[in-house]
Design a protein. Sequence first.
Lengths: 184, 328
Amino acid sequence: MATIVVLVILAILVISAVGVYNRIISLENRYQNAWSQIDVQLKRRVDLIPNLVETVKGYAAHEKAVFEEVAHSRQALMNAKSVGESAEAANQMTGALGRLFAIAENYPELKANENFKMLQEELSSVENKIAYARQFYNDAVLQFNNAIETVPGVFLAGPMNKKQAVFLEIPEAEREAPKVSFAG
Amino acid sequence: MTSRGAGVLPNVITDAATGRRINLLDWQASNRRMSWVLGLIMVALLGAIGYLLAQVTNPGSALFFVSVAGFIGAGQSVAAYWFSDQIALGAAGARKATKDEHRYLVNVTEAVALGAGVPTPNIYVIDSPAPNAFATGRDPQHASIAVTRGLIDMMDRQELEGVVAHEMAHVRNYDIRFLSMLAATIGAIVILRDLVLRWFQFGAFGGSRSRRSSGGGSGQGNNRGQGIMVVLLIALLVLGPILATILRLAVSRRREFLADATGAYITRNPEGLASALEKLGAYQGEGLEVSEGVRHMFIVNPLAHHNSMDLFATHPPIQQRIDRLRRM
């Protein structure tokens, strides 16, 4: 009789452990997939930049400082190895592109260029998509972190070697309109 | 527990106006369950009509009538599940949006889908100046969103995001499957009613007189039985659509409020949708010509001149929706 009780309790423990394990894994997959959605948009932005820079140079070749800044952030993004580095380079690029578009405001012919208008729409929607994807990512990270820090997940997080995932911060600069820079 | 198609939205949405909490997972489950129930209702209803028809014409072949009618009902349900999106899109005159032609709309929809954590739905455009939008399909993996040209022209980015997020909420909440099944059920009842009315007009009842002797039992009793059956048949055919309408009204008002709240959560910007609804409510131009079967699927009633307070309104008054969004 006692053995049966022990066996039943063991079976219940094993079944619940499997449930908790699966939940942690699926939440981990969810936030990692959410990150890859951001990554897709970051890559898309990197791909759009050479075309944009060429178009702008056709009208405002002397605005060298901003071209360098854009090129620099693009390089940083392509070299980024971790989520943190990517996020930092991406924020830098957002700032640089903001300044580039602000400069474009001073060139009516550039603003009327069809290709430029298309690129501007594409880049601002990429920016928008990054914002949405980041929101989803942060939600997913919150769920994952909650799952591994609360009972019962906390008992398995150690043995499974799961650590807290990092949130992506929205930099202050991004919340306000980009400032026009006349440097260079 | 993870639910199919669910992203990382909160599971509970609190209605700011009433304080009532609605669990989204329960809502999704209920929509999926009710879709099944509607499919079965369709089979049962058609079976019942088949039975009554048999009683009126030839009671001996009741089994045949019921099986044929039930089979038609089942076929309707299956067709509604698989093809109702194509039918609804066709009925609304929607055509597929292309990235070249509708870059703005496609980009906005892709962005909102990222925020909602659902695959990007198929995007359609309806060539009408009246601003409106609807969603259809059977699940988030097979969903379509259609918006009118007027909506794209009239809304700024945040407002368009608000409207698209509202439609995305219908997709995520499985409202689209439920509404597709409902539209098919109502459509089937209406078609049947029209068929039977025509059949009455052509005086098909004359034929039943000759069969009276083969029916067994006394002629008098059979006559009365026939009379009752005819009354029942008429009642069923008349009451059916009325009941369906009341059901549709009851369910769709709450559905719209919930989609507003879910949509506002997806964009984290209730003001976008509130401002879009304000523009939709203020629109005074020509209406959008769509059939009765798909009217309740739109974000606002497509009829140009309607009284939003009347009993048969499929949508809550726009001002009430705006107020709730602004209080979030």
